[in-house]
Design a protein around this ligand. Structure first.
Ligand SMILES: [Zn+2]
Length: 188
């Protein structure tokens, strides 16, 4: 397991609280393993900031290459939780960047996008964090992150809609020299 901060005991009292309502119901036997399942679920989606940083550092190695045209990914699927209701959100993430002498390994875009979803996060914050992380670590001419999100808290409560929300954050510019000029080895 990547991160195991939570145990079944962490969620015992929450499940007991629910069961107070169902104490005479035969179906309550189905809750026996629920604290353990909740611990596994939250360990998967709630990494510590240190763990996120450690994993990012493993996946931001840069390679020398003369390629300096824009490059973009297809949609990357990222699953996360909203911080207000702890309900699932799905993000379809597209990353476009124009490298400056050094390129990021292609599989790393997916890794970084997934790692940054490993904590409860608003879509707006996620979009900005992903753009800033890529801009600061790759030091490209520009990076643009587009996210199309669907939110459990909009689908299953409140508005009860399948609406898709789009956010976009850009850093740098395709036309100008990068604000941060790359020099020397990346400090990973
Ligand atoms: Zn929410």
């Amino acid at each position: 397991m990547v991160n195991s901060n939570y145990t079944a005991e962490s969620f015992d009292s929450i499940v007991q609280l629910l069961l107070e309502k169902y104490k005479d119901w035969d179906g309550k036997a189905q809750f026996t393993d629920t604290p353990r399942r909740l611990a596994e679920l939250y360990n998967e989606f709630c990494w510590s900031p240190e763990k996120i940083e450690e994993e990012l550092n493993k996946h931001t190695r840069l390679f020398e290459d003369g390629y300096d045209e824009a490059l973009s990914t297809s949609e990357i699927d990222v699953k996360t939780l909203c911080p207000h209701h702890l309900l699932p959100c799905t993000f379809k993430v597209t990353i476009k960047y124009k490298p400056n002498q050094k390129v990021l390994g292609l599989s790393k875009f997916t890794r970084i996008a997934v790692i940054l979803g490993k904590h409860p996060v608003m879509q707006e914050t996620y979009t900005r964090e992903l753009a800033d992380t890529l801009f600061e670590r790759i030091k490209p001419y520009m990076v643009e992150v587009k996210v199309k999100g669907t939110h459990g808290c909009v689908q299953y409560r409140g508005a009860l809609q399948n609406v898709e929300i789009e956010t976009k954050v850009s850093r740098g510019s395709c036309d100008e020299k990068p604000l941060i000029v790359y020099s020397g080895e990346a400090k990973l």
